[in-house]
Design a protein around this ligand. Structure first.
Ligand code: NAD
Length: 309
């Protein structure tokens, strides 16, 4: 891989679009592609050169970067569907396959196996930081793959992010991502239950915040993404739970964590419950709301007649 490779960037959605723009602005030669014409046109309007087909995007590319909704999308695109050649066939031997989508650990390992069997290199590098981080170039990348492949992709990840962490072999990036979001999902539910309990017991939000944020209950769900309005003015609770980090994405990530908990046989109880809780939240109108909106669910489903205030 050359020091300044051409990048085929496939998947120009909410995240991929601005990430591709940042690569272009940093001087990389990019060929963007998306199956949805509107996404392609939006990226083009922001200065991303686009291709007419996946094969055209991949021709001459040193890196094939994918930013897709799911692992099935990644595997289908790599292998090709309905007899059409996939990206692994389209790309020249030795191409770096860099998948930044959030997918199952097993799927990431399968994607790496397929890429390597086809004579390519492979790295998984899911992100955190959301659309705001994608636009600002401040994402965190969690990277799985061989050490020399990590070093090869690090410069371009540093264009799109401010933190790039090598988490181990293939699938290691996905593993770190879902473990982190397992903590996040469970802790947001715990913080929300505590605030609703505090309301029932006559505590003000500010009093509970002032104590817990400086005590052993301190966590990101409380101090940065506080689920009640007031104590943290920048939290989504102050803007009617506009995301932020949408409930649908939390439900997705917890499902990936659940799959990994089950396939590894971990005796987890809170993870599966958190996955169920966020599935319900997403299905009952929370999909497009910030995941901290779970507190309104807990409050609404609580017994309105009983309190000790
Ligand atoms: P998105 O749905 O907005 O974008 C995905 C894009 O991929 C779509 O435009 C879709 O048309 C395109 N696509 C699907 N299959 C394709 C193919 N074969 N070829 C070309 N394009 C194809 O999703 P997003 O919000 O950008 O998220 C992308 C990934 O990043 C997901 O895996 C998500 O879990 C992860 N993620 C998202 C966020 C966030 O805040 N949105 C944060 C962290 C991680």
């Amino acid at each position: 891989m050359s020091e300044n490779p051409t990048i085929a960037f496939l998947g120009l959605g909410h995240m991929g679009g601005p990430m591709a723009v940042n690569l272009v602005n940093a001087g990389y030669s990019v060929a963007g592609y998306d199956v949805v014409p509107a996404a392609l046109e939006a990226a083009q309007a922001h200065g991303v050169p686009v291709a007419g087909s996946p094969a055209e995007a991949v021709a001459g590319a040193g890196v094939v970067l994918t930013m897709f909704p799911s692992g099935q999308h990644v595997l289908d695109a790599y292998r090709g569907v309905n007899g059409t050649p996939g990206l692994l066939t389209d790309a020249a031997p030795g191409t770096m396959f860099l998948d930044c989508s959030t997918i199952n650990v097993d799927e990431a390992r399968e994607a790496a196996t397929l890429a390597i069997a086809a004579g390519h290199r492979s790295v998984d590098a899911p992100v955190s930081g959301g659309v705001v981080g994608a636009e600002a170039g401040t994402l965190t990348f969690m990277v799985g793959g061989e050490a020399d492949d990590f070093e090869a992709v690090r410069p371009l990840l540093e264009v799109m992010g401010k933190r790039v962490v090598h988490c181990g072999g293939h699938g290691g990036g996905q593993a770190a991502k879902i473990c982190n979001n397992l903590i996040l999902g469970v802790s947001m539910i715990a913080v929300s239950e505590a605030f609703v309990l505090g309301e029932k017991l006559g505590l003000t939000h500010q009093a509970l915040f002032d104590v817990a944020s400086a005590a052993s209950g301190q966590c990101w769900a409380l101090t940065t993404n506080c689920p009640v309005p007031g104590p943290v003015p920048s939290s989504p609770a102050n803007r009617d739970y506009q995301p932020g980090f949408a409930g649908a994405l939390m439900a997705k990530d917890l499902k990936l964590a659940l799959n990994a908990l089950q396939s590894t046989g971990v005796a987890a109880r809170l993870g599966p419950l958190a996955s169920e809780i966020y599935d319900t939240f997403a299905a009952e109108g929370g999909a497009g709301r910030d995941f901290s909106g779970i507190i309104t669910d807990i409050r609404d489903k609580s017994d309105s007649d009983r309190s000790q205030a």
